[in-house]
Design a protein around this ligand. Structure first.
Ligand code: UT7
Length: 369
């Protein structure tokens, strides 16, 4: 039997920090509201395209695995904020890292994109289609945020992380998962302005408004993440007390606490990053995984649970058995170009560039939900 072990990991966080006070300097909000409703204190704002964040994270993951990029057979890039639609962003990563023999695909299931990508890579390794894969979770929400909408603008941030997944005869990597989607609720989290339907209606690229029913998303998220976790644990034949660490999607501390409670897992076994990065969509779980490893929270043989949800509303949970190695085999000097602006300055530049198509955006007839 072939398994798909995670043998390399690396992250790339943009250096510009936007804290709650920075947000309150140009938006009607307070640190107190954001902290008590979400647990978020600060988030990162990227000064570079997603391709560059992904490149650095990927090179760090490859160095960690001690792997020559030429041995990668597949690059899977999970994101809903790809730099381009055609060509896909995974092909840029294939080129930049020098994985000349690899197939390259983007996957978009919003915040669950990295985990759906991990399932895809794992399945392709287990069925013998490929032996070595690189799976990236990257998100640059800042450019398509509606900065006039305080309901959503305080919640998100940018970031990237990647893992190397390799064929193994040991029972490691994803040992069970459950994926699902509440498509009947797809309209409660929508970014209007991204996609051909908007371009055809004359909306200018970059103009976005968000449909966002926070309370309904909250309820569905807790339900989907808990349901997926129970199903994945059943499939793996293990109980919650055997889980060493939960590495959940990080949208809101209260969602994480509710899911932990539903699953009967105490918060000391849950890894949290939402206070410092906010919701980085598909990058949240891999960034949290990398930091949990860096802090020694993942031990040889640890069993991890990774519940997540995102637009769609997609949801999932994976049971991952870690291998023997929890330290990198190597490192790399590669890094981002320096950032010459503050986070507030980057956001202000984006706001200035956007024109307002919001009246048009609200009137566009959408085909489904
Ligand atoms: O990956 C998927 C991403 N989606 C999510 O994670 C969304 C999940 N939902 C949530 O996290 C929460 O529902 C929110 C954080 C979005 C909202 O928390 P809540 O406890 O459900 O707040 P609420 O909707 O009850 O609060 C609404 C009030 C409104 O004021 P009034 O009408 O009650 O006077 C808003 O205008 O809070 C106000 N408000 C704010 N006030 C200060 C909304 N956003 C802000 C803000 N600062 N940023």
């Amino acid at each position: 039997m072939t398994y798909a072990a995670i043998t390399g990991w690396g992250k790339c966080m943009p250096p510009a920090v936007l804290d709650n006070a920075g947000l309150a300097s140009f938006m009607d909000t307070t640190d107190e509201w954001i902290t008590t409703r979400t647990g978020i204190k600060e988030r990162r704002v990227s000064h570079v395209p997603m391709t560059l964040l992904s490149h650095v994270a990927s090179m760090r993951a490859l160095a960690c695995a001690g792997m020559d990029p030429k041995d990668i057979d597949l690059v899977v890039l999970g994101t809903c904020s790809a730099d381009e639609q055609v060509p896909n962003t995974a092909s840029a990563i294939q080129l930049l890292i020098g994985a000349s023999k690899a197939a390259a695909m983007d996957i978009n299931t919003a915040c669950t994109s990295f985990l759906y990508g991990l399932s895809t890579a794992t399945a392709m390794i287990r069925t013998g289609v490929v032996r070595n894969a690189l799976v990236v979770g990257v998100e640059g929400i800042t450019p398509y945020m509606d900065w006039s909408n305080r309901n959503v603008a305080v919640l998100f941030g940018d970031g990237a992380a990647a893992v190397v997944v390799q064929a193994s005869d040991k029972a490691e990597g994803v040992i069970a998962e459950k994926l699902g989607c509440y498509a009947d609720a797809r309209g409660i989290l929508r970014v209007r302005g991204m996609g051909t339907i908007y371009g055809n209606a004359g909306v200018q690229l970059g103009d976005t408004t968000w449909d966002f029913d926070g309370q309904e998303i909250f309820k569905r998220a807790v339900h989907g993440m808990s349901r997926a976790s129970q199903a994945a644990l059943e499939r793996a034949g293990i109980t919650t007390d055997q889980i060493d660490l939960v590495v959940p999607h990080q949208a809101n501390l209260r969602i994480i606490e509710s899911v932990a409670k539903h699953c009967g897992i105490s918060m000391d076994r849950v890894y949290v990053t939402v206070h410092k990065y906010g919701n980085m969509s598909s990058a949240t779980v891999p960034v949290a995984l990398v930091e949990a490893l860096e802090e020694g929270r993942v031990k040889p043989g640890s069993i991890l649970l990774t519940p997540a949800f995102g637009g769609g509303l997609t949801w999932c949970s994976h049971v991952i058995r870690w291998g023997d190695r929890v330290t990198p085999l190597g490192t790399t000097d590669i890094d981002l170009p320096p950032c010459m602006q503050t986070a507030v300055e980057i956001v202000q530049d984006i706001i200035k560039r956007k024109s307002s198509s919001s009246a048009v955006l609200q009137k566009i007839a959408l085909p489904c939900g």
